[in-house]
Design a protein around this ligand. Sequence first.
Ligand code: ZN
Length: 303
Amino acid sequence: MYPWLQVFQNQLKESFSQARFHHAQLLYGLEGIGKSALATNLANALLCVNTQDEMRQCGTCKSCNLFNAQSHPDLFILSAEQNSIGVDEVRALNEFIFHSAQQGGNKVVVIEQIEKMTESATNALLKTLEEPALKRYILMTCDDLSKIKATILSRCNKVQVNISDNHQIQSWVGQQGINTALYPWLENFYDQPLLLQRWLTHGSLDEVDNMWKVAHDIVRISDIAALDNSLSKDPSLLNVFCRFLMSASKQQVMNGQLNFIQYQHCVASIEKFLSDHHDVLGLNRTLSLSNLVFGLQSAMKQD
Ligand SMILES: [Zn+2]
């Protein structure tokens, strides 16, 4: 278990031992904070047959062994890997909940990123949320609470997963093998520690670092090839680059390098770039990136 998640695990454990544990839990928070890991851990604890009144996993019972072998028949996971969660998958889930448990204990459903549910999938889930069955638990995660329908929200217990201690994250990040002194932007992502870990695993920390440097020296950039290459390998870095551009522009206003009008033009260019990427199918990334750089440079040079 990641150390920063322990506090949430403890809270939920406590509510369980006081018989207040809601049958539907929605864990929400930033991408890369560990919501799935927390949900998985809770699922393991709910399924363990040795510790049914205190919600923790013994690690040795048949149920824990099945869980660790990823073949527990009373666990149903709708993973976040797909682009959307459709009605057929939710119907299968409802069916799963309806049948009795094979191991004689609880049955647990994990739905990752419920914002990916289609409208009809949401409606199919609502009925199950409304009519809780004994010893059935639904653990859901989402990155963005604003995308979730009120009818869903009102039927579950919401748990905000966040980071309260940056020092804890800093030392964890260091333990993973990231040189925390090397990257000045690192602490901006201390509320997304698993994102940092992913970049480490994929060898993309230096590419992110290059993005940070480019964002802070955009007025002098003439060659976008390296940047374009990084974005083609991992499109999710696009949001990161824009985040760097925004903070660099803000910093330049504070340093007196940009006036407010210039700053507003920069922000408008960045926002247009981002919305084009979300809205325009088949967008030519290289062209749109050079338009962005040109737009920012013109904004910075104008009087
Ligand atoms: Zn067990």
